[in-house]
Design a binder for this molecule. Structure first.
Ligand code: PBG
Ligand code: ZN
Length: 342
């Protein structure tokens, strides 16, 4: 060995990244992204007129719940350290205008009142604000005819969304989450909440919601598949990244408190870009298709479910999301408690 290399060896340490990988304790100590149950949100379907629970075919392990079952579920989630739920209502009746969405005694409004009566501040109740489960045509807005074509009318829709959000706030929702993708809805909702005195009710807008194939299982779970056309005239084009910044900028200017990116796993670049541009909290929604993909692979023995979920959730946090909405929230918390995660 030449003299100069020998000299180098003495003066320069050999960098070994493996030193910090040698035991779980060290890996845990230095991990960059962490996923605690308190950073997760569990989506739940409450169904009007249902007695008990009903399994959801396309989402193994998920169920539609009655209000009574919802209360049991919340209590179990709290025991596991999951403190936030996102409620989706399934009404008894649909009509052209989705009027049961803002009924004071609608399924979501009753569910929120019950959860708040039983658990108060302990749980954060977030409500989905949209029309698609409530309209007979299954679109997220009011349908009108223009030039012989059916279109989703932006400006009449945001007025209805403001009414829905207000009815949720009156019932006691902590956060309302508009998922419709109409322009100006955050502003319309903020104005309606503030003028009724609900200045403390927060808004988590689905700011960046792509027209994704991954919503398939959700639509059969919530009976919200559009009867004609698709949602591409209001949801974002999966090919676009920069557009996401404009969506977020607008929602922030209209008064949103949290922005959401949806889906999560195939859109980590979007989360990361928004994280670098804005200071606002980011929620990422790991949607039904992301959930079911893992479930089906696990059922076939092709993937280790616990490891897959652990990896997926940490990827989303690593990209820059502060909170993750996931159907795996409850299971993840249980696996974590039982020491079954990597
Ligand atoms: C509709 C809505 C959808 C989801 C949440 N709200 C579906 C859609 O836009 O068609 C999808 C959630 C999921 O797939 O888990 N406003
Ligand atoms: Zn919708």
């Amino acid at each position: 060995m030449s003299e100069s290399i020998e000299l180098e060896r003495r003066h320069f340490p050999i960098i070994r990244l493996r030193r910090l990988r040698k035991s779980k304790v060290i890996r845990d100590l230095t991990a960059e992204a962490k996923v605690t149950p308190s950073s997760l949100i569990m989506p739940i379907f409450v169904k009007d007129g249902l007695d008990g629970r009903e399994p959801i075919d396309g989402m193994p392990g998920q169920e539609r719940l009655s209000i009574r079952e919802l209360l049991k579920e919340v209590s179990e989630l709290l025991d596991l350290g999951i403190k936030a739920i996102l409620l989706f209502g399934i009404p008894l009746r649909k009509d052209e205008l989705g009027s049961s969405a803002y009924d004071r005694n609608g399924i979501v409004q009753r569910a929120v009142r019950e959860v708040k009566k039983n658990f108060g501040e302990e749980v954060v109740v977030i409500t989905d604000v949209c029309l698609c489960q409530y309209t007979s045509h299954g679109h997220c807005g009011i349908v009108i005819e223009k030039d012989m074509k059916k279109i989703i009318d932006n400006d009449s829709t945001i007025e209805v969304l403001a009414k829905i959000a207000l009815s949720h706030a009156e019932a006691g929702a902590d956060i309302v989450a508009p998922s419709d993708m109409m322009d100006g809805r955050v502003w319309a909702i903020r104005r309606s909440l503030d003028s009724a005195g609900y200045t403390d009710t927060a808004i988590m807008s689905y700011s960046v919601k792509y027209a994704s194939s991954l919503y398939g299982p959700f639509r059969s779970a919530a009976y919200s598949k559009p009867a004609f056309g698709d949602r591409r005239s209001y949801q974002m084009d999966p090919r676009n990244l920069r557009e996401a910044l404009r969506e977020v900028e607008l929602d922030i200017s209209e008064g949103t408190d949290i922005v959401m990116v949806k889906p999560a796993s195939w859109y980590l670049d979007v989360i990361s870009l928004i994280r670098n541009y804005f200071d606002i909290p980011i929620a990422a929604y790991s949607v039904s298709g992301e959930y079911t993909m893992i479930k089906l692979m696990a059922e076939k023995g092709l993937i280790d479910e616990k490891q897959a979920v652990w990896e997926q959730l940490h990827s989303i946090r690593r990209a820059g999301a502060d909170t993750v909405i996931t159907y795996h929230a409850k299971e993840y918390a249980r696996w974590l408690r039982d020491g079954q995660l990597p």
